[in-house]
Design a binder for this molecule. Sequence first.
Ligand SMILES: Nc1ncnc2c1ncn2[C@@H]1O[C@H](COP(=O)(O)OP(=O)(O)OP(=O)(O)O)[C@@H](O)[C@H]1O
Length: 615
Amino acid sequence: MTAPTDQQSTDDQWRGVAAEDTEQVDRVVGLKLKRRSLALLGSLLRPHRRWAALGLAMVVVENLARLAGPLLIAVVIDSGIPAVLRGDPTVLAWCVVAYAACSVATAGLGAAFLVLSGRIGQDLVLDLRQRMFQHAQRLSLSFHETYTSGRVISRQTTDVDSLNELLEIGLNNLMTSVLSAVGITVMLLTLDLELAGLTLLTSVPLYFATRWFLRRSNQAYRGVSGRTATVIVHYVETMNGMRAVQAFRREGRNKSIMDGLNTRLRSSAHDSLDVVATFIMSVRLVGNLSLAAVLAVGAFRVTGGTLELGVLTAFTLYLRRLFDPLDEVAMFASAYSSAIAALEKISGLLQEDPTVREPERPRALPPHRGGLPVEFSGTEFRYRADTPVVLPELDLAIPAGQTVALVGPTGAGKSTIAKLLARFYDPTAGQVLLAGVDLREVSDVELRRSVVMVTQENFLFSGSVADNIALGKPEASRAEIESAARAVGAHEFISELPEGYDTDVRKRGGRLSAGQRQVIAFARAFLADPAVLVLDEATSSLDLPTERVVQRALESVLADRTALIIAHRLSTVLIADRVLVVTDGRVTEDGDPADLITGSGHFAALHDAWRDSLA
Ligand SMILES: Nc1ncnc2c1ncn2[C@@H]1O[C@H](COP(=O)(O)OP(=O)(O)OP(=O)(O)O)[C@@H](O)[C@H]1O
């Protein structure tokens, strides 16, 4: 093995979601994260660049109109009123008309810009939400197992909201403030160079204050975003495991964990508010001190006759307008830091590649009447690089149409074998082959059609019972759905539901018992009619009568397909053509169930124990 290069180790620190839990990242990693976030923002903005340019033009005109106000007042004071006193109202009249026109333009363009930027923002957020949802669905199971649904939810909600806020309020504030700050600076320079020079001295402390603010607020918002995610993760875990929480009276412990997480979140939120408040206070202080200085110097010069009163009035009015928007710039910078922290995490999620990838050039499987042969060839597997090897080296050939039962101690690797066959994971070495084709070369659509796995989880999607059965074959007619349900003995109980096959199963199948959900999952698999059926403890929630019905159906449905069954019930194992005993990821016994029973191995012992339990 070669030692990791510097480049690799930096990549390990920031690529994908690697930096997500680090509140303080070093400069190099920080820059990479920022670049990635801005690239994402750029890619979101690109389709809207024409409208964004129109918005920018609106803000420019709006600000020019706004800037004209104090200048017109100066003209009224210094020229308009003296002219009226001389009997000529023309200048005053023009100034009043111009002032009114500017006010209308400011209000109208301001409102139009708000509408336009709001629409762009909403489209952009919609685009981002869709991208994230699609991407999260493509990411492999192994990613979701470590990342957890709570974090995905946090990315989709609070982080997207931060970006939304930046686009809705922040961007508007920034454009308006920067443009008016530039315009006002030009005006100040035009009005009086000496006073303008005095004012511009404030840019030195403002520069340092802004640098400090950007650095600190970025850190603070990284903390807020990360800690918000941990709160959501804990919340989702508690809600998902509510039954266990109540059964084991874990409410108190969960509450104290949640209190701890919320307290940490509050302290991060306090930090970020402190940073914003300190910055705004410094900007105001600098602004007010410079106003005082300008007034002192200006008054001195007015009394000395080197400055007109109107110019001083306009200058101070502009000066107030120069510092007011800086508050808004601070608010923008705060929204920006929060959004960048969120974008860092969102772009990280989007940068993650699925570990189980669709092949670029898929190979077709042969037609499969009667099942397809399956082969594990030198298959080695571990769940993650830092967890032990679960399957050291598995070589196993299952001919087309054979029903194989996997038995063995708990944790031996039976479900892992099943999951590899359904390609939830790829082996770390060796291959899993279906009809001689490596599963990595089979398209997702064909794989899902050819290999169907029924587990004890039996997740039902919201929708009707019929919709849930039809998942196995979306184009199935109602008659096909009903006949699949009849085949597994589900028709009777479905007919007794309030709306029969059209009954809404509600969230997670709340209306149905575990056994009912299981037979629906069977009906789904039967309807799908796959070449390979994998049953992982699929009959464990059935009562004996239902199990018998399913068992009978199983025998006929397994007849013309390849099947891998993991079962802890003897009755299910005995219908298999072949039994494999798996111990520590290796096949330790392999044979006909009737032969193995008469032997002295693990299966014979297991069989005796089952028989005794039935006696
Ligand atoms: N998602 C996972 N991430 C990490 N390790 C896992 C994961 N799933 C299973 N393992 C580990 O892999 C090993 C084999 O687990 P597997 O579920 O395949 O066993 P099994 O034989 O099906 O057990 P059981 O009969 O109890 O269901 C166990 O040591 C388990 O801890």
